[in-house]
Design a protein around this ligand. Structure first.
Ligand SMILES: [Zn+2]
Length: 281
């Protein structure tokens, strides 16, 4: 099996994404698989090399060692272009020149337009594929962005192409990304991958306000807690239900706990961070 750690270098490691990384590590290490590190720096505005470096440092600090780092996404444009052309040749791509405002006006959903909703305006092929605009995937009732109008590659395409090219067989991702799986499976099939990766969903760490742990809760960085790595791992293990008590431990010591309780921790939808962490949330 091949798994991956796939941090976005748009911020620091916090308790929530450290928890997902620990689960990805345990899943692979409990089966003697190979673990890749892939820096997902697609967002040209928010990605920073110093955050990528921080992630490498913090993963190593926790003891979540990887076997090999694969090229970061910002270097993989040629492969994404090739995949886009493959999908284009199957008539699965159209050019879209809608602005955000056009889409907001065309979509009238009860709770207002969702970020990913698209009214289908340009799916009749009104714009040439060689011209300007975003590239969208024809997919069920929706249309997924593959490349933005400014030329930036979209996450959904990049992650599928990377997982396919890098032989990833198992994905661990936060439960908030559950809805991505169907369209990603579709793209794997259309790009010729006979076996789309198996996806497991990690529970989300929630603040007392019912929102996923994030910067709005203040200082949620795992390093800024001032704890030792072994103490932080103990708290992560307790939060995930791998252990009853937050005793300091190493990731390797958690492998047996993972074998025994991994399925139960995966079945957990959420972790109430305030019950576990020494933070003011
Ligand atoms: Zn459009």
């Amino acid at each position: 099996m091949v798994g991956r750690l796939a941090p976005s270098p748009t911020g620091i490691m916090h308790w929530g994404n450290a928890s997902t990384a620990l689960m990805a590590w345990l899943q692979v290490r409990s089966q003697a698989g190979t673990l890749l590190l892939r820096i997902e720096d697609l967002d040209p505005q928010r990605s920073k090399p110093e955050f990528a470096e921080g992630w490498r440092r913090d993963l190593a600090w926790l003891g979540l060692e990887w076997d090999r780092e694969v090229p970061q996404q910002s270097l993989r444009g040629a492969s994404y272009q090739e995949a886009l052309e493959k999908l284009q040749a199957k008539n699965l791509v159209f050019a879209c020149q809608c602005t955000r405002r056009d889409m907001d006006e065309a979509v009238t959903a009860p709770q207002g337009p969702r970020a990913d909703s698209y009214p289908g305006t340009c799916s009749d092929g009104r714009w040439p594929l060689g011209g300007p605009g975003a590239r969208r995937l024809r997919y069920a009732d929706n249309a997924v962005v593959l490349r933005r109008a400014d030329g930036a590659w979209a996450y959904q395409l990049a992650v599928v192409v990377d997982d396919f090219d890098q032989g990833v067989s198992h994905i661990m991702r936060g439960r908030d990304l559950a809805t991505s799986q169907a369209v990603q499976d579709f793209m794997h099939r259309e790009l010729g991958n006979p076996q789309a990766p198996e996806v497991a969903l990690a529970p989300l760490w929630m603040g007392a306000d019912g929102h996923r742990l994030s910067k709005r809760h203040g200082s949620v960085g795992i390093r800024s807690s001032g704890l030792e790595a072994a103490q932080a791992l103990g708290l992560l293990a307790q939060g995930l239900g791998l252990r009853d008590r937050p005793d300091a431990c190493s990731p390797t010591e958690l492998i047996d706990d993972w074998r025994a309780r991994g399925p139960a921790s995966l079945a957990k939808g959420e972790v109430a961070a305030a019950n576990i962490l020494p933070l003011q949330l």
